[in-house]
Design a protein around this ligand. Structure first.
Ligand SMILES: [Zn+2]
Length: 410
């Protein structure tokens, strides 16, 4: 019963706590091991020994990073065989070490081509395992406004070469997409690579990241709130009003935002090609979900990603089958709340497709032919605004027919 019993070696402790580490991503810290060993066996061990025991237990369950890496090519081969359309790639450096990895599952690609808005958010997150640097993610939003992962990559770090490699692989996997819109944070390497690899695509910055930068740079909650409202405004007039207030409080913050380029982050200055997606929050949420997987060896990490996709495809298929509405639950909810708003709107026809819609002295002009309204919500969301819904009622047209095909349950 000496203070640090030499018979209670890190190997022995590692074997005795092995069970605890079964299952991916469970958190078990060295200080928990110290407490457990004291409680179970009445032995006091040092933090260092607990740390070594943890490494040994993990190594014995997951295999070494080297083993994991060596199995990756055969894993990718089977993955492609079993999932038609799947694209993987592994690049090694001159020392035969993993340099880049890419994976896009066939089902993700097939769904993207038939049913997903062509707005792709890309981001990178650092990995904690030995040898691994950065996880690259490309994701979209499905018709029910849920995250739809498109592709994953692994590279050394976020730099010009790794971003260009990942985006080039993504480009090869997707083929040419008309009206593609790419959203990312303001990392110089991403912007450069997007312009190089997708020269025809529009690029916008993620409002979440700009907001976070504003918070750290100017440390004023009022500025952050005004920025958020300005970014989400649909009309230029409304934008100018809010931005004017921001400029009065802090001209330096206003200049900072102008320098980024208003068309890069403000909804009112964007074209309909961005739909209603203003942030890469998509990638932020995925990051949070993968939090515990970031210290896994490469093969286990890739398998964890594949497994996540499998689960999501099953749940969403069940969800979609249970939807009896013409639109997805999310889009139907949006349309319903706009429908309720439109109840008291007054329609004054101009011709068979155009009209003015008035509500307490505020007027908007709707064109059902071009699916447009001067409030710009219809144009940007691709779901009729309350004015357009009032117009539909007046002309006896189903407002469902004016929604983008991306929001239909079909
Ligand atoms: Zn409108």
């Amino acid at each position: 019963m000496s203070r640090d019993n030499r018979h209670a070696s890190s190997w022995l402790i590692g074997e005795s706590i092995r069970e605890t580490y079964q299952g991916v991503g469970c958190e078990f810290r060295p200080k928990d091991i110290v407490a457990d060993i004291r409680k179970q066996y009445g032995i006091q061990i040092s933090y260092d020994k607990a740390w070594r025991a943890k490494e040994l237990a993990l190594g014995s369950i997951r295999g070494s990073p080297e083993e994991s890496y060596n199995t990756l090519p055969s894993y990718c081969y089977v993955l492609e065989q079993k999932n038609p359309g799947t694209i993987t790639d592994i690049v090694t450096d001159c020392d035969n070490q993993l340099k880049y990895f890419f994976m896009s599952i066939g089902a993700s690609l097939a769904g993207f081509h038939t049913s997903i808005r062509p707005v792709v958010a890309v981001d990178g997150t650092f990995l904690k395992a030995k040898y691994l640097g950065t996880l690259f993610i490309a994701a979209c939003k499905d018709g029910n406004n849920q995250i739809y992962p498109l592709a994953f990559g692994i590279g050394d770090s976020e730099n010009d070469a790794s971003w260009e490699w990942f985006l080039q692989k993504l480009h090869d996997a997707l083929g040419h997409i008309d009206d593609l819109f790419v959203i990312s944070d303001r990392h110089g390497s991403i912007e450069k690579a997007v312009h190089k690899v997708f020269p025809h695509a529009r690029h916008g910055v993620c409002t979440y990241h700009v907001g976070q930068n504003l918070k750290t740079k100017f440390k004023n909650p009022a500025i952050h709130k005004l920025f958020h409202d300005a970014a989400h405004a649909y009309r230029v007039l409304e934008f100018s009003f809010i931005f004017g207030q921001l400029e009065m409080i802090d001209p330096r913050a206003a200049r900072y935002l102008m320098d980024i380029g208003v068309d890069q982050w403000a909804r009112s200055y964007s074209t309909g090609k961005r739909y209603n997606i203003v942030t890469t929050g998509i990638v932020e949420s995925l990051n949070a979900m993968l939090k515990n997987a970031r210290d896994l060896p490469v093969l286990q990490l890739v398998e964890k990603l594949r497994n996540l996709l499998q689960k999501w495809f099953v749940t969403r298929q069940q969800q979609a089958m249970s939807m009896s509405t013409e639109l997805t639950m999310w889009a139907d909810g949006e349309l319903r709340s706009r429908y309720n708003m439109s109840a008291t709107y007054l329609v004054e026809p101009i011709n068979s497709k155009e009209c003015n819609v008035n509500y307490v002295g505020i007027s908007a002009q709707v064109n059902l032919d071009t699916r447009s309204c001067t409030c710009r919500q219809f144009d940007l969301d691709h779901i009729p605004c309350a004015h357009a819904i009032a117009a539909c009622r007046f002309y006896n047209i189903s407002c469902y027919t004016l929604c983008s095909k991306y929001f239909t349950t079909k």
